[in-house]
Design a protein around this ligand. Structure first.
Ligand SMILES: [Zn+2]
Length: 194
C-alpha cells in the first residue's frame, strides 16, 4: 500500500484498520468513504488533472494537491483536525493524541471504550467533510461541522440503541412463546391422564 511508504518507518496495523471498516460507523456512505480512503481511491485534483478536468492546486492552501496532501499535509487539514481534537478532548475531559496515521484510519479501541469509538467516528466524519467540501470548492464551516457531527453521533447511538431494543423484544417474545408451548404441553399431558 502507498500509505506504508508515506508513513514509513511506522508499520501500519492493516488488520486492525480493515476490521474497523465493519464497526467504525453504521452509515453506508461514510463506511464506503472509509474503505475508499484505505484503498486511496478518493479523487482529488491530482487525479482529476490526469483527465484534464481541473488544475492541480489545493483549493485551501494553493499547494499541489493529492490524496496525501488532502488528508495529511495540507495546513487547513492540520488546523481543522487540531481544532476537532481540542474540542473533543475538552468535551470529554480526555487528552487523546492520535498518531498521524490514526487521524486517517482511527485508533484501536475495545468494545467498551465509548470515547475512542466516538473519536474514530468524529475523525472519519471530519475527513469526509474535508474531502466533500474541497471537491465542491466550499470553505470549511466549523459551526456547521459541529452541528452535523453531533447530529450523526446521535443517529449512530440511536441505531445501536434500537438494535439492542429489538434484541430485547425478540428475547422476550421467544421466552413467551416457549412458555406458551410448555403450558400447552402440560395441558395436553393432564388431558391424557384424565
Ligand atoms: Zn492544501
Amino acid at each position: 500500500m502507498k500509505w506504508d511508504r508515506d508513513f514509513a518507518p511506522t508499520v501500519l496495523p492493516w488488520n486492525q484498520i480493515f476490521d474497523r471498516v465493519k464497526v467504525i460507523c453504521k452509515e453506508n456512505q461514510l463506511r464506503e468513504f472509509y474503505f475508499k480512503l484505505i484503498h486511496r481511491i478518493v479523487a482529488t485534483k491530482k487525479e482529476l488533472t490526469l483527465y484534464g478536468i481541473t488544475d492541480n492546486i489545493c483549493f485551501y492552501c494553493g499547494e499541489p494537491d493529492s490524496v496525501l496532501h488532502t488528508f495529511q499535509n495540507c495546513s487547513t487539514t492540520t488546523s481543522f483536525r487540531n481544532r476537532l481534537l481540542n474540542w473533543f478532548n475538552e468535551m470529554h475531559n480526555t487528552s487523546i493524541s492520535p498518531a498521524n496515521y490514526e487521524l486517517l484510519f482511527g485508533m484501536p479501541c475495545g468494545k467498551d471504550n465509548n470515547n475512542l469509538k466516538k473519536l474514530n467516528f468524529c475523525l472519519l466524519f471530519a475527513n469526509y467533510y474535508l474531502h466533500y467540501h474541497k471537491a465542491n470548492e466550499r470553505n470549511l464551516d466549523w459551526v456547521e461541522f459541529i452541528t452535523k457531527v453531533n447530529y450523526r453521533l446521535r443517529i449512530e447511538n440511536e441505531v445501536s440503541g434500537s438494535l439492542l431494543w429489538c434484541f430485547f423484544a425478540f428475547s422476550v417474545l421467544l421466552m413467551l412463546f416457549k412458555g406458551i408451548r410448555k403450558v400447552c404441553y402440560i395441558s395436553k399431558l393432564i388431558a391424557t391422564i384424565d
